[in-house]
Design a protein. Structure first.
Length: 134
């Protein structure tokens, strides 16, 4: 089911991107670089800032610890990518959840303090996607 969610997410995102943006990026799926696996990687042909995607299908909020571990792992995957590929990165955590759960998921994510963490939250964009929309 996770792979189906990822396929539908990328089909939606790629389909909604304007032509100029699709020309600007090459999309790679499910690749391994170093010791990290990436759900998706959009490599820019215009600059050296690439997009690293992590897709999560969560029906309801999880533990704060699980969210923190997810963000830390995603940031480390970005730092690994930067080290190996010598390119900058922006991480995108896409949380796919039922439409009615988006408000509680958003509150849960926004309640997380980023103090003393091992990631730079400014490098991570969080998206909330209604499962019914993909």
């Amino acid at each position: 089911q996770q792979m189906d969610i990822e396929d539908r997410y990328f089909a939606k995102v790629w389909g909604e991107w304007p032509t100029w943006k699709r020309r600007r990026y090459s999309l790679w799926r499910n690749i391994k670089i170093g010791k990290y696996e990436y759900d998706g990687l959009a490599v820019s042909t215009m600059d050296n800032i690439d997009l690293i995607y992590e897709i999560k299908f969560w029906r309801q909020p999880r533990t704060i610890q699980m969210l923190r571990v997810t963000l830390e792992r995603l940031y480390r995957a970005g730092a690994n990518y930067e080290t190996i590929k010598h390119r900058n990165f922006t991480c995108i955590l896409a949380i796919v959840t039922p439409q009615e759960t988006i408000p509680s998921i958003r509150r849960w994510v926004e309640s997380l303090s980023h103090e003393g963490t091992e990631y730079d939250i400014s490098k991570i964009e969080i998206q909330y996607i209604a499962a019914e929309s993909i």
